[in-house]
Design a protein around this ligand. Structure first.
Ligand code: SF4
Length: 244
C-alpha cells in the first residue's frame, strides 16, 4: 500500500521550524466525549482553530509501512490549545498503518471500503468543548474550543488520545499518528495541496472498486495513475486491462 507514501514522507517538511512535541498514546488519558455533536457558542469560545478565514487543513493517509508509522503517537507542532490567541491557523493530519490489505484478493474490496470509512471517524468524534466542523470538499477542519474546556485542561495530547482511541476501534488499524499543527511558519498551502492529492487518490480507489473502465487511454484517472506510485498496479491486479 504505497499510494500515499510520497505524501506521508513530505509531511515533516511542511510542519514549521520548531521541534514537534511528541506524546505516546494513552487511552485512559483521552479527553471526555459527548454523546452527540458538541455545540460551542461563539460567546463561549476561547479559541477558533481556522477561525477568521485562517487555514484549517485536514487529511488522512493510510499505509502498510511500519517504518512510516511505527507506533501510536501524537505530535504537536506549534502552540498548544491553552496558549493560542482567539483565532489560529490549524492542520490535523492522521497517518494510519493498516495490515497487509493487498495480500488476499477476496479481502481487498472490503479493506478499501474500510480505508474510506477510516476518514469518517472525524464525523463521529465529539470531544467535550471541542466543536469540530469539517468539510470533505474544501479539506477544512475548523474547531472551536470552549473557555470551560481550556479551564479544565484540554490539550492536543488528550484530543489526540481521543482520536487514536476511535481509530483503534477499527481492527484494520494497527497504529495511528495524529499530528496537530498551529505553528505560524508551517506551510499550510503545501498541506492543502497534499490534502487535495489524498482526495484524488481516494476517489480513484473508489472508482476502481466500483468497476470502472479498464482502458487507460480513455480513463479520467490517468493523470493520477501516472503520478501516484502503485495505482496502476492496483487496478492491473484487479482487472485485465485492454490497453495501457
Ligand atoms: S490503471 Fe488505467 S484504467 Fe485503471 S484507473 Fe489507472 S488509468 Fe484508469
Amino acid at each position: 500500500m504505497e499510494l500515499y507514501h510520497s505524501i506521508i514522507r513530505d509531511v515533516p517538511s511542511h510542519l514549521g521550524s520548531s521541534k514537534p512535541k511528541r506524546y505516546d498514546y494513552l487511552a485512559q488519558r483521552a479527553w471526555e466525549e459527548a454523546d452527540s455533536f458538541e455545540l460551542v457558542m461563539a460567546r463561549e469560545s476561547a479559541c477558533e482553530l481556522g477561525g477568521d478565514n485562517q487555514p484549517a487543513v485536514n487529511f488522512t493517509c493510510v499505509t502498510t509501512s511500519a517504518e512510516l508509522v511505527d507506533r501510536d503517537e501524537i505530535l504537536v507542532c506549534g502552540p498548544d490549545l491553552a496558549e493560542l490567541p482567539a483565532n489560529a491557523p490549524f492542520a490535523r493530519i492522521s497517518l494510519l498503518r493498516v495490515g497487509d490489505i493487498e495480500s488476499d484478493d477476496d479481502d481487498t474490496e472490503q479493506a478499501f471500503r474500510a480505508i474510506r470509512n477510516m476518514d469518517f471517524v472525524k464525523y463521529h468524534i465529539f470531544p467535550k468543548g471541542y466543536m469540530i466542523r469539517t468539510s470533505s470538499e474544501s479539506h477544512r477542519e475548523q474547531v472551536r474550543i470552549s473557555r470551560e474546556a481550556v479551564r479544565k485542561g484540554i490539550c492536543f495530547e488528550r484530543i489526540g488520545d481521543t482520536f487514536i482511541r476511535r481509530y483503534k476501534q477499527d481492527e484494520n488499524i494497527l497504529a495511528a499518528r495524529v499530528i496537530f499543527v498551529t505553528a505560524k511558519d508551517a506551510d499550510y498551502s503545501a498541506l492543502l495541496q497534499s490534502a487535495k492529492q489524498v482526495s484524488l487518490i481516494t476517489k480513484g480507489l473508489t472508482k476502481i472498486l466500483e468497476g470502472m473502465s479498464t482502458d487507460c487511454s480513455v480513463c479520467s484517472l490517468k493523470p493520477i495513475c501516472d503520478e501516484v506510485e502503485g495505482m496502476k498496479e492496483l487496478h492491473f491486479g484487479k482487472e485485465k486491462h485492454t490497453t495501457e
